[in-house]
Design a protein around this ligand. Structure first.
Ligand SMILES: C[S@@+](CC[C@H](N)C(=O)[O-])C[C@H]1O[C@@H](n2cnc3c(N)ncnc32)[C@H](O)[C@@H]1O
Length: 207
């Protein structure tokens, strides 16, 4: 990652302007995967999503290769959203020929323009994290952070099919800081700690 795409402050990760600017600089076909690549998590994904025809919502896709690699692994029903119009346009063009069934939408994860009960799976890799970078005490997050993360989870649970839906969230964020957003009535939460030197977490919410 070039230094010129690093933000001046951590807080910028929480702004659409930062991501648009960053993706404009990466318009040469760059891709970047936060935390983990598909190779690292493929066995887990295959276990969590046994049905390759599942309708999958990729939240804050960025220019990650995760959707492309899942598609190549047989998951052809993937709908990608990101609030950066810049990256959505780039990804749509990049995958139009080889992955025609994949959809790309400029959309905010806090206001999903999809029908209730319309997805089997939703995946978030580092997107909720980007909304948690505002100034403040991590032990006692600002109201705005709580509101943004709550809205995302509300929306995800709304669009997932009741009774059979799965929300998969991959992050470095430890349970103390994440559990509050993911513990909801009528759902179960499972947390897996993964990795060796650097630990990361897989949160699995089932509807
Ligand atoms: C840390 S990157 C992760 C990108 C990708 N998921 C990955 O694993 O590499 C966060 C992404 O989420 C997007 N994002 C942040 N907040 C968002 C929001 N409220 N709605 C939609 N996308 C958002 C950013 O534009 C950026 O592409």
């Amino acid at each position: 990652m070039g230094l010129d795409i690093l933000p001046q402050s951590n807080e910028e990760y929480g702004t659409k302007e930062y991501w648009d600017k960053r993706y404009e600089k990466e318009s040469d076909g760059t891709f970047f995967d936060w935390f983990k690549s598909y190779d690292d998590i493929a066995p887990l994904i295959r276990e969590l999503i046994p049905d390759k025809t599942s309708r999958i919502l990729m939240l804050g896709c960025g220019n990650s290769r995760l959707s492309e690699q899942m598609y190549n692994d047989g998951y052809n029903n993937i709908v990608n959203v990101d609030y950066s119009s810049v990256v959505i346009q780039q990804m749509r063009e990049r995958h139009a020929i080889d992955r025609p069934e994949m959809e790309w939408h400029e959309m905010d994860v806090r206001a999903l323009a999809f029908e209730t009960d319309s997805f089997d799976v939703a995946v978030d890799k580092g997107t909720m994290d980007a909304m948690m970078t505002s100034k403040g005490d991590v032990w006692d997050p600002p109201e705005e952070v709580i509101e943004n993360c709550t809205k995302e989870v509300d929306e995800v649970l709304r669009v997932l099919r009741k009774g059979t839906g799965t929300f998969i969230y991959l992050t470095f964020g430890q349970p103390h800081f994440r559990r509050r957003y993911l513990t909801r009535p009528d759902t179960t939460l499972q947390i897996k700690e993964l990795g060796e030197a650097f630990h990361y977490y897989l949160y699995i919410v089932k509807t």
